[in-house]
Design a protein around this ligand. Structure first.
Ligand code: FAD
Length: 571
């Protein structure tokens, strides 16, 4: 089997992967040789979809402070965030905004020429730096342009990573299915950064691109790395009905209202101070309660909805600050938000958990780092605040890039190649999966899995519903063994890629419910109606799920608390 070597392999070319590549290039003065892997073309990573903004303290003189940003983040996390990690984050994110500025990101501006910041949920100061409502798109362009100047990387676009090869406790290689050529080979590197994004497509109703299927989490888990806090899946309060396309929190940051079918701003009852700018977990629960108690509007396929009302903002503000949102509403639902309310409901959006990584982004395997949504540095705890994710990708892209550059300075050799493992993996994909000739259709299994997660692992959960979900997943896993992939060719076999993704998704769905069932409390995004209170005595700790011979095994890890003891969250 062909083997290709680089100094560093970066799996994933979203904000985290690109930012890390830029940092490595700067620190090594362009001498490190980087292999950049993406299952889609480099600029099609989900990060380009980020809309509303990137959070940072930019105006201490106007009343914001690091301490305030840290407190908002810790309180938003329902006290599950590691406070040393949050502290590092708030101190480094302003530098990332300024770096992007130097690299050409066209931030929106205030009248006085300074970078504009808008209010975002759970933040007690306007902190979201933005490029209109296309923030991720412009950030990605700025990073890619900067990386190209160093010219020290090779792109592996449309290459699907199927497995992580670990030998003697060290990263040895990544097996890749190269879609355009149909080849299967191993990328070797002295180090690996996993920056492969989230897993939103575990759910049917989601804001995520079709490609976001948690492959990085699944291959790391199978290779022995633990997944931390996987039960915390964020529901964003405003998914467009019926597609699930994200309607940015920036809409509420600009002053939008949420209303029920009586025209009432129902957040009054729940968060009288912050109203529509309360954290996402709280608003999503308030919305579900309105819907369950019959104060929504009937929608297609059971997708009842509420209204996001921007009509009082005026055409000028909407056209200037929210042009993408207007375009999306006009194109996808034929509604003009200047004059009509937008149909929305809670939508699966973000994974707070991920591959366990320490404050420097290092995983339990010494030469593997993780950054971005795939990682869990314990920065968001049980609920992430809006605009803290793109910022986290930039901060930990920078940190892991710096750490990797240092590591490369130690003149390391490649780890010995586990040839047998690599051949096994090729057989698993092409002789195993691709040649299966059962009567199950993998696309149906994927659809059923996503519907199951909507139903059994939604905004509100119970032990019983999660157990039922687990039982159904076990059944889907059994059925998956009897699939048949219609296309048997090797060139650009998207059926095969989707089957590989579905296999990963089945694994992650099981892990999510398994950890959720064990967490007998309600905290942040994990809201159990059968255990409605937070239980700090038993569960102020991180879940760590390991794969133990193919079945999940749970351990716990303490939360790092430096400044703030848990208190009741009021907004
Ligand atoms: C619609 C939307 C809007 C958002 N808006 C905001 C916002 O305004 N502010 C904010 O802070 N956050 C926002 N978020 C969240 C934030 O954008 C994401 O968490 C973040 O961009 C993730 O970046 P990433 O670098 O971790 O991964 P991604 O950008 O998702 O990139 C993942 C990369 O991994 C690659 N990859 C994955 N699996 C494989 C595989 N098997 N083989 C090879 N390559 C693979 C992909 O091809 C891709 O290159 C938004 C999210 C969405 C979906």
């Amino acid at each position: 089997m062909q083997q290709i070597s680089h100094d560093v392999i970066i799996l994933g070319t979203g904000l985290a992967g690109l930012r890390a590549a830029v940092e490595i290039s700067i620190r090594t003065r362009g001498t490190a040789d980087i292999g950049m892997v993406s299952k889609v073309q480099i600029m099609r990573s989900h990060s380009v979809c980020a809309e509303g903004g990137t959070g940072a303290v930019m105006r201490p003189e106007e009343g914001d402070s690091f301490e305030l940003h840290a407190w908002d983040t810790v309180k938003g996390s329902d006290f599950l965030a590691d406070q040393d990690v949050v502290d590092r984050f708030v101190h480094q994110s302003p530098d990332e905004i300024r770096l992007l500025e130097h690299w050409g990101c066209p931030w929106s501006r205030r009248e006085d020429g300074r970078i504009m910041q808008r209010p975002f949920g759970g933040h007690s100061f306007p902190r979201a730096c933005m490029a209109a409502d296309k923030t991720g798109f412009f950030e990605m362009q700025a990073l890619y342009d900067t990386l190209v100047k160093h010219n020290n990387f090779k792109r592996y676009d449309e290459c699907f990573a199927t497995a992580l090869l670990v030998e003697g406790g060290r990263f040895a290689g990544l097996t890749l299915y190269d879609l355009p050529t149909g080849e299967f080979y191993v990328l070797r590197g002295k180090t690996l950064l996993i920056a492969s994004g989230g897993l939103g497509n575990l759910y049917g109703f989601t804001t995520y691109s079709q490609t976001v299927t948690g492959d990085g989490q699944a291959i790391a888990y199978r290779a022995g790395l633990p997944l931390e806090d996987p039960e915390f899946l964020q529901f964003h309060p405003t998914g467009l009905v019926p597609s699930g396309i994200l309607i940015t929190e920036g809409c509420r940051g600009e002053g939008g209202y949420l209303r029920n079918n009586k025209g009432q701003r129902f957040m009054e009852k729940i968060a009288p101070k912050m109203m529509e700018l309360a954290p996402r977990d709280i608003i999503s629960r308030a919305e579900m309660t309105e819907l369950l108690e019959g104060r929504g509007f009937p929608g297609p396929d059971g997708l009842d909805f509420l209204h996001l009302d921007l009509t009082h903002l005026g055409a000028e503000r909407i056209n200037k600050r929210l042009p993408l949102i207007r375009e999306v509403c006009l194109k996808f639902v034929g509604i003009d938000p200047i004059t009509q309310p937008i149909p929305i409901r809670p939508v699966a959006h973000y994974s707070m958990g991920g591959i366990e990584a320490d404050i420097d982004g290092r995983t339990q395997v010494e030469n593997i780092w993780a950054a971005g949504e795939v990682a869990c540095h314990s920065m968001h705890g049980a609920n992430r605040l809006g605009c803290n994710s793109t910022a986290e990708c930039l901060v930990w892209g920078g940190i892991t890039g710096g750490e990797i550059a240092k590591y490369l300075g130690q003149a390391l050799k490649l780890t010995d190649m586990p040839e047998a493992q690599a051949r096994e993996e090729e057989k698993r994909v092409f002789d195993g999966l691709l040649q299966r000739n059962g009567d199950e259709n993998p696309a149906h299994i994927r659809r059923e899995l996503r519907a199951l997660m909507d139903k059994h692992a939604g905004v509100y959960r119970t032990g019983q519903s999660m157990q039922q979900g687990l039982d159904k997943i076990a059944e889907l896993k059994r059925r998956f063994r009897c699939i048949s992939i219609q296309d048997k060719s090797r060139i650009y076999n998207s059926n095969l890629m989707q089957a590989l993704e579905t296999e990963n998704m089945l694994e992650l769905a099981e892990v999510l419910l398994f950890a959720g069932l064990a967490r007998q409390e309600s905290r942040g995004a994990h809201a159990r109606t059968d255990c409605p209170s937070r239980d700090d005595d038993k569960f102020l700790r991180h879940s760590m799920v390991y794969s133990s011979g193919g079945t999940p095994r749970l351990e716990y890890k303490p939360v790092t608390i430096t400044n703030w003891k848990p208190v009741e969250r009021k907004y």
